[in-house]
Design a protein around this ligand. Sequence first.
Ligand SMILES: [Zn+2]
Length: 94
Amino acid sequence: MPKAFICHSCDERVEFSPEKRPCEALSGWLTVSHWKGLGAVEQYNFCSFTCLKRWADAQVPKIPEVFLKAFERKRDKKRKAMRGKYNLEGGIAP
Ligand SMILES: [Zn+2]
C-alpha cells in the first residue's frame, strides 16, 4: 500500500510506494513538528514555503492594531528622551 503525504495547507498529495524512499518523494516539502508535551508531538507537512507561511500566519494570535500603535508611540518618546540626555552629558549620540 502506497504511503501518502498531504499538504496541511493546500491539500496537495504526494504518494510514494514503500520501495521508494520518502526523502525522494518529499523533495522540497517541509515538515513541522509541534511538540505539545510529554509524548505528544504533531507533525504537519507542507508542499512549499508559501503553504507553510499561510498556515503559520493563521496560527499566530492577532494583535490589535491599536495596541501596536500605542506601543510604537511610547517607544518613540523614550528614544527622544534618551537622545536629549546624552546630548546634555557630552554628546554620545550624534
Ligand atoms: Zn501546499
